[in-house]
Design a protein around this ligand. Structure first.
Ligand code: SAM
Length: 328
């Protein structure tokens, strides 16, 4: 299958993260800023900061950074689609601190967005930092049906959420009831094997493999849920086939890439990736109790960061389902 990559060396990554702090400014900025600027520290201090950091704070900073890093390459998949352009109401289920949906809302100001999220602390962070005229947030559970959401959205976004759910099929069945006629579900989830970088970051690959094993063993999620869903549609055995049809996937059900992602390049993108990689590994370690080698990760990410030619392309699976018109 032909794989096509586009480059976006000209993306203005300077607008994406706060300016770099001088060493003597850092302590005055509080822990948030230090986790956003791990690049400013030597290895021992950097790993010390990560070890001491509060988990909720790590998640908060991580989700903000991740939205910055991934948004430009993901938005290309849907921005020009008819179903996206004609939509008016977008519901994100499992919106975290709202960092990602706020970026979409800023780019598509004519649409209205609602983010729902299970964790009250994340809802509070979203309300405080990422509310907009066209974006609101509230608590809600993907697996618990909410009658007031019936026919409330033209598009429902599940981004990096289905992989964490006990029952993603239930969540998608409920989503069909929340969608308008001919509404769409936009699923964006990680497929680790589709990740590409110019430099091997083996510490991340190893940790991801262990996390996937741990999830399956403890029945606490599935890092390849979207491929499994796609496979059931292809086999004609999907419990969702009465509700939805698949209208787009950038991977086939075996994980082969039909359409590649954008390569992130440039100094700022490399710096963001350095920060993101270290936060990510710390969270994988705490969430799945798997060993991670932060020392090695630091060195690998540092080599990546220092190589002007380095690039990365995120391993994301975009799967778009269209609600069938004869139902609900
Ligand atoms: C990896 S974060 C992704 C956040 C956001 N979608 C983004 O892309 O930045 C996954 C989020 O899903 C939330 N979540 C997990 N299970 C949920 C459920 N049953 N209902 C609603 N949210 C849930 C978590 O609390 C977390 O905030």
């Amino acid at each position: 299958m032909h794989v096509s990559y586009h480059t976006v060396a000209d993306v203005d990554y300077n607008s994406l993260i706060p300016r770099q702090l001088k060493a003597d400014e850092i302590s005055a900025q509080g822990p948030d800023m230090s986790l956003n600027n791990l690049i400013e520290y030597n290895k021992a201090d950097c790993l010390g900061l990560l070890e001491k950091a509060d988990t909720a704070e790590l998640w908060d900073v991580f989700l903000e950074g991740q939205a910055k890093l991934f948004f430009d390459s993901e938005v290309q998949w849907f921005a020009n689609a008819d179903w996206w352009q004609s939509s008016k109401r977008i519901l994100e289920i499992g919106c975290g601190n709202g960092a990602y949906i706020a970026k979409i809302a800023d780019q598509f100001q004519g649409k209205k967005f609602l983010g729902i999220e299970k964790l009250p602390l994340s809802v509070a962070q979203a309300q405080e930092r990422n509310s907009r005229d066209n974006v609101t947030f509230r608590e809600g559970d993907a697996e618990v049906f909410e009658p007031q959401l019936i026919d409330s959205a033209d598009i429902i976004l599940f981004r990096l959420v289905l992989q964490h759910l006990n029952d993603p099929v239930i969540a998608l069945k409920e989503a069909a009831r929340y969608l308008s006629t001919n509404g769409h579900v936009l699923i964006i989830d990680a497929y680790d094997k589709a990740r590409r970088t110019s430099h091997p970051i083996t510490a991340i690959d190893e940790a991801l493999a262990l996390a996937a094993e741990s999830q399956l063993k403890n029945r606490s999620g599935n890092r390849r849920i979207t491929l499994d869903l796609l496979q059931t549609f292809e086999d004609g055995k999907s419990p969702l086939s009465g509700l939805y049809e698949v209208v787009f996937s950038n991977l086939d059900a075996k994980g082969n890439i039909f359409c590649g992602g954008i390569q992130s390049k440039g100094k700022r993108a490399r710096e963001i990736y350095f920060n993101y990689g270290l936060l990510f590994l710390t969270l994988v370690h705490r969430t799945y109790q798997v060993p991670v080698n932060l020392d090695k990760a630091y060195e690998e990410l540092k080599s990546y960061r220092e190589d002007k030619e380095a690039w990365s392309s995120m391993g994301m699976h975009l799967l778009v389902l269209k609600k069938k018109s004869n139902r609900i």
